[in-house]
Write a protein that binds this ligand. Structure first.
Ligand code: WTA
Length: 652
């Protein structure tokens, strides 16, 4: 058996294409040249406190801070002594300007309703709902579960909590009652805000029933506030459940924002941990607000006249930072869409872009690959000329998917910002700035201001160009998580123990000779084939570059000779026959693009891949399938259970 070298993750995929920002785009952008970006970045790293203090002055403060940063690794405090309110920054601040009558939220429901809320209207609704919370004895520091679809009320509920200092924990509307129960238990929440149901692919998801099931056992929940979305028939528990619209009858719209400490907890968002027990990532007020404000401003180069659309669900961090808080903090117009991308037909996104004249689109590689699979004819039906900037987040974007996005959606005219970040980081960390940084398909390019990433080997030594390793962040940043809720030890161990003083991202990456970052996926997913450590994303990208492949997921399985063998699950484009010849061809294709070492030992065709609703492929489940076992691990975050049944029962 070959000797295993655990030191380096090898990286074989070489991408040569480079796209410079157009002169026109650069001229109008905040950051106009690579040199300007580099200068600002160097300054921000030399004196991060100065950089962040300057940005923070653009926000509205109730009391000035005394000290920018207190860093007692691994615990950071930002803007100590300052008092601030996030909802005031997202709403009241704009009422003093020309923005007060501009659209804050444009919403489209899955069945097709449209609603617009101006900044004044949104402010009015948030104040009223904040008074509903107070009326129901919810106050500063109380934890509140929000279990709603992507409707304006989700944003209203979040902002209302922020206004009074209650700590929200949004639970994705596709999660089951077990997930709600676990999160209530861990957070000790006192209230749930939900709806009678939500629309998904024409059906109704029984949100309220899921909440009822979660509350079967004794819990800390005293109040459930129910928004009427579908008029579905539901149970209302006397003494516990109240209707959102009825409650509004008892309140007025006078609700001054509470001056909160900079470090007051803002929200807890649960992400799945490797052990299966979800981790409650805790974000606090001022630093988080500053991070999402600065990144929305520079990365999307957002303008007052833009219509900006981030397609994420409010239930995951992208929905928090870049559907709700970031754009509203910038006084922008944010579009929210409730439903599925292929409802009623696979052109829903393009129809929305044409109807609302969307200028900035921020979506995920998983969606992009699905659109490629559904075929270009759906895109061609619509006029997408209003788009000026495209963004991607959530997974490494395969170079071929990047190219398709840039050409077919962006018409070759729009910069593509591939943004790397995590629930834990709160805001975008590695990303091109669209007017300044030339892009390479598949690379998240360079760090954002104040972010100091490095790639290190096992001993913590920084590796040279094009050598793979672990991605760490060497300096604290304002929007970083403060802890795992209720579990400081786990926070220390998970993120800070491997390289003390440095934040461990859990991702593998390499930097090329120009310092560009290429994320190769989660470290846990790295394969070890005959002593070569290969990132799954590179093999997947090689497969996706084949004309007949829509999507691929690669996992390892134990192999006596090589340590690990490579198994590829492949989804083909529409109307492609799954033949044995094609399997052989795909193996050769990977051999040609990466090298013989990466050739899959087995290729399996799959109708669909198991994913979380935020679009990440659940390789853990595929690994179990690849080893011939049935799936036993935690599947509560799986989007579509039928996928698993199909995979395990499927061919071969
Ligand atoms: C992955 C989502 C490559 C990565 C904001 C990270 C990415 C995890 C990218 C966090 C990207 C996210 N390129 N990989 N542009 N963006 N990831 O917490 O593995 O849902 O650690 O936050 O997604 O996922 P999370």
């Amino acid at each position: 058996m070959a000797k295993i070298d655990n030191r380096n993750i090898e990286s074989h995929l070489k991408e040569k294409r480079v796209f410079k920002p157009s002169r026109e785009f650069a001229r109008a952008a905040r950051i106009k040249t690579l040199a300007q970006y580099q200068k600002m970045w160097r300054e921000s790293i030399r004196s991060p406190e100065k950089f962040w203090a300057r940005e923070a002055k653009e926000l509205m403060w109730r009391a000035p801070w005394k000290k920018v940063l207190e860093w007692k690794p691994p615990f950071a405090k930002w803007f100590i002594g300052g008092k601030i309110n996030l909802s005031e920054n997202c709403l009241d601040r704009h009422l003093l300007t020309h923005r007060r009558n501009k659209a804050a939220i444009i919403w489209e429901g899955e069945p097709g309703e449209k609603r617009t809320l101006t900044y004044q209207q949104l402010h009015h609704e948030v104040c009223r709902f904040a008074n509903v919370l107070k009326r129901n004895k919810i106050g500063k520091g109380d934890r509140v579960i929000i279990y709603l679809p992507t409707i304006p009320e989700a944003a209203i509920a979040m902002l209302a909590c922020a206004r009074i200092g209650a700590v929200h924990s949004v639970v994705f509307g596709g999660f089951s009652s077990d997930a709600i129960r676990d999160r209530i238990q861990d957070s000790g929440a006192v209230a749930v805000i939900t709806a009678d149901g939500s629309y998904r692919r024409g059906g109704i998801v029984p949100l309220k029933k899921n909440v009822d099931d979660a509350l079967r056992e004794r819990s800390t929940i005293k109040r459930v506030i129910v928004f009427r979305r579908t008029a579905a028939d539901i149970h209302m528990e006397e003494g516990r459940d109240v209707w959102w619209h009825r409650e509004l009858e008892y309140v007025n719209a006078n609700c001054p924002p509470v001056a909160l400490d900079s470090e007051h907890p803002l929200y807890i968002l649960y992400t799945s941990g490797s052990t299966g027990k979800p981790k409650g990532i805790l974000h606090t007020t001022a630093g988080y607000l500053l991070g999402i404000y600065a990144t929305t401003k520079y990365v999307f180069d957002i303008r007052d006249e833009d219509i900006y659309w981030c397609t994420a669900d409010v239930g995951w961090v992208t929905g928090h930072s870049y559907v709700v808080y970031g754009p509203l903090a910038c006084g922008a117009t944010t579009l929210m869409y409730e439903g599925a991308p292929n409802w009623p037909e696979p052109d829903r996104f393009w129809r929305i872009i044409e109807d609302h004249r969307v200028n900035i689109l921020y979506t995920a590689p998983t969606a992009i690959r699905a659109f490629i699979r559904w075929g270009d004819e759906w895109v061609k039906k619509h006029d997408l000329s209003s788009l000026r900037l495209l963004g991607s987040v959530g997974e490494p974007i395969n170079p071929e998917a990047w190219m398709w996005y840039q050409r077919t959606i962006g018409g070759g005219r729009c910069p593509v910002v591939d943004t790397w970040w995590q629930t834990e980081t709160g805001c975008i960390m590695i990303t091109p700035l669209p007017g300044a940084v030339p892009t390479k398909p598949g690379s998240a390019t360079l760090p954002f201001f104040g972010v100091d990433p490095a790639i290190v080997d096992l001993s913590g030594k920084e590796v040279g160009p094009n050598v793979g390793g672990k991605l760490i962040i060497r300096k604290p940043w304002p929007s970083m998580l403060r802890t795992i809720y209720g579990d400081k030890e786990r926070y220390k161990k998970q993120y800070w123990s491997e390289y003390p003083g440095n934040y461990l991202t859990g991702d593998g990456a390499r930097r090329d000779e120009e310092g560009y970052f290429w994320i190769v996926g989660r470290i846990d997913d790295v394969l070890n084939v005959a002593g070569h450590r290969l990132g799954t994303s590179e093999i997947e990208s090689a497969l996706v570059s084949h004309a007949r492949v829509a999507e691929a997921a690669v996992v390892g399985r134990p192999d006596e000779l090589k340590g690990q063998g490579v198994v590829a699950f492949v989804t083909l484009k529409a109307n492609v026959d799954p033949t044995a010849a094609l399997k052989a061809e795909l193996r050769e294709h990977v051999g040609k693009h990466i090298g013989a070492i990466a050739k899959p030992d087995e290729v399996r065709f799959a109708e669909a891949l198991p994913k979380t609703r935020s679009g990440k492929i659940m390789r853990r489940l595929l690994k179990e399938l690849a080893t011939g076992k049935t799936v036993t691990g935690d599947t509560t975050t799986l989007e579509d259970f039928s996928v698993l049944a199909k995979l395990s029962g499927a061919e071969e």
